[in-house]
Write a protein that binds this ligand. Structure first.
Ligand code: ATP
Length: 251
């Protein structure tokens, strides 16, 4: 990979479904190894953005570059982790992690299972795991092929608060160890401030906030700067909702 080339770049990206312009004129660049979170109210286009970057869908305007090359079709440098894990129930845990791998796939899959703390469950079926454990497997599977970019679409949205915090720690630990670029879509502003170097807010199809989070890691939720940043971002998100409500009231 060339030096000084952005891991990911979006130039004037737009996405329209019929008359509905979901994203418009989105310009973004992500440095290699950067952790970026995307927040915004439901339906603002967060998952659409992720699908475009994954190459699961095509922009209706603009261009996406991955490691300096124009994206055409599936983004093979990325893997996506979804809220529902999407494990194959008919394959055991090790086979789920190793799916699509060739060569010494068992060793690679086992190494990842060790890193997510589930090596002892390698030969179990997914159905006997808890929700949190299933997401650990999904994370191992997303990372086993050493993607340059990990796309996280609300991966912790269905977990209880404690499991969620544990998973945030695990994602951060693996990100520090394995050096991929991470793009996280989340409803949870605290989660964004806990994990990201930068938090983006999407409103009415555009990126309206791009906030750097320059706090040491792992981040402490009672740190005064953490509290202040989280409330600034939350207020900005609420302002979006407030503005929409006020438009609706005066319509
Ligand atoms: N395939 C599609 N066809 C038509 N409209 C779509 C399609 N996919 C998404 N949309 C619309 O695009 C808008 C953005 O959807 P998207 O899923 O990106 O939002 P989101 O910000 O991820 O929402 P949430 O936080 O609720 O998951 C929504 O209005 C949705 O109905």
């Amino acid at each position: 990979m060339m030096k000084n080339v952005n891991s990911l770049e979006l130039q004037d990206v737009a996405k329209r479904f019929g008359d509905h312009e979901v994203l418009k004129g989105v310009d973004l660049s992500f440095k290699k190894g950067e952790f970026v979170a995307v927040v915004g109210k439901s339906g603002c286009g967060k998952s659409t953005l992720l699908r475009l970057v994954a190459g699961l869908d095509e922009p209706t305007g603009g261009k996406i570059f991955v490691n300096g090359k124009s994206l055409n079709g599936l983004n093979k440098s990325s893997r996506t982790m979804f809220q529902d894990g999407r494990l194959f129930p008919w394959k055991k845990i090790l086979q789920n992690v190793g799916i699509g791998l060739n060569g010494d796939w068992k060793r690679n899959a086992m190494e990842l299972l060790e890193q997510v703390g589930l090596a002892d469950r390698a030969h179990d079926w997914p159905s006997v795991l808890s929700g949190g454990q299933k997401q650990r497997v999904a994370l191992a599977r997303a990372l086993v092929n050493q993607p340059d970019i990990l796309l996280l679409d609300e991966p912790l949205g269905a977990l209880d608060a404690l499991t969620r915090v544990e998973m945030q720690r695990l994602i951060e630990e693996l990100w520090r160890k394995r050096d991929f670029t991470a793009l996280l879509v989340t409803h949870d502003v605290e989660e964004a401030v806990t994990l990201a170097d930068r938090v983006l807010l999407i409103e009415e199809g555009k990126v309206v906030m791009n906030k750097e989070i320059n706090l040491p890691r792992p981040r402490q939720k009672d740190n005064i700067q953490y509290v202040s940043l989280a409330s600034q971002i939350l207020n900005r998100v609420m302002q979006v909702d407030g503005a929409m409500e006020s438009k609706a009231i005066h319509a």
